[in-house]
Design a protein around this ligand. Structure first.
Ligand code: COA
Length: 131
């Protein structure tokens, strides 16, 4: 399944551009319409429930979207395109009751610190203690 999941302007003054983000569920990626910029993820099933009356299941039993890699062609960097890909991925995770594991350093070191509104979706153990 594939679909258009977001678009709009971005960046700062003088950087406005319209970008449409497409979701390709088969390849597990969000991408620009030309496919040159993309965010790759892998879905991880929720871990098996712990048979204890008090212990909460790991990750609240939620499926995890492991964001493996983000790529933007050199000619289009610095315009917020990777940020738009992340917003599409986080929005998808929120709408599907998933958590996000930021394996990609752009997500962990740049996107999440700049977008704390998404903190609630991040796998708690994955927060970078250096930040
Ligand atoms: N890790 C963390 N942050 C990074 C980064 C990386 N590897 N590469 C660039 N950034 C930061 C930059 O410092 C920049 O900060 P600035 O705004 O203060 O200049 C910021 O990302 C730019 O954000 P944005 O415009 O949303 O990103 P982008 O569209 O330019 O794309 C990448 C960013 C990382 C996707 C792009 O540089 C790229 O494809 N690099 C090669 C592949 C890569 O290293 N991917 C990340 C690891 S999986």
């Amino acid at each position: 399944m594939a679909g258009i999941v977001g678009g709009g302007g971005g960046g700062g003054v003088g950087k406005e551009s319209v970008v449409t983000i497409v979701w390709d569920s088969g390849r597990q990626r969000f991408a620009s319409q030309d496919g040159q910029a993309y965010l790759e993820y892998k879905l991880k099933p929720p871990p098996p429930a712990v048979s204890s009356a008090v212990a909460l299941p790991v990750n609240n039993g939620k499926q995890v979207m492991d964001v493996l890699h983000t790529f933007v062609p050199a000619s289009k960097r610095g315009l917020g395109l990777a940020s738009k890909l992340c917003i599409a991925a986080f929005t998808h995770a929120r709408d599907h009751n998933m958590l996000v594991l930021p394996t990609c350093s752009y997500v962990s070191d740049t996107f999440i610190p700049r977008h704390p509104e998404w903190n609630g979706l991040v796998v708690p153990e994955s927060f970078n203690p250096k930040l």
